[in-house]
Write a protein that binds this ligand. Sequence first.
Ligand code: 5GP
Length: 219
Amino acid sequence: MIKTQKRGSLIIISGTTCAGKGTVIKELLTRDKNLYLSISYTSRPMRGKEQNGKDYYFVTPEEFEAKIKNNEFLEYAQVQYGCYYGTPKKEIETKLNAGLDVILEIDVLGAKQIKEQFPETILIFIMAPSMEIVKERIKARNTEDADQIIKRFRRAYQEINEINKYNYVVINDNLEDAVKKVESILISEKCRVDRIEEIEMENEEEIIHEFLMQKDNNL
Ligand code: 5GP
């Protein structure tokens, strides 16, 4: 009998701008009911159709700093334009203990902090097939000015330089293929030998003896 860990896995999904990581995660969540997507806190202003408590918990910089002092974050970073982003500690602990696999959609800096605290974290980096395609996707989105686009590009190049900190890279050139790849990674990770908590071995001599007795009786 092999007993494996009941506690859920912690999974980080990062990716360059316009790599489609949000879409990949959304699809994963509809397919696997054991997955939970953590909702981060941020001090950046709400965008477009975003909702408080669904996309992020939107707070003021002062509220965020109070939470830092209270030690409420597993990690936090000033990601874009000096705005804070942070992963809530309590909620994640509860979900992992309940056996759910928790996805954190966070940046490279946050991923580094989490990996240091929890080395067993699974780190997946999602990339667009090329920067040319990223350019097309940003243009089509048409939500940012030139200055913001340049910043996004610079960040994307910096993040790609950090890719060796990750365990897996998935190129998102086709949504279905990318989702399948991430699903396969998660399935393989569940089979890792280091997830075994206990191996109970029946007595070898007894098993052989019992088997031989049964064999004799059947003759
Ligand atoms: P956006 O403002 O476009 O929603 O997110 C900008 C970046 O912040 C993304 O790369 C996203 O992965 C990252 N991010 C979102 N939440 C967190 C978090 O809790 N911690 C860290 N370190 N990064 C985050």
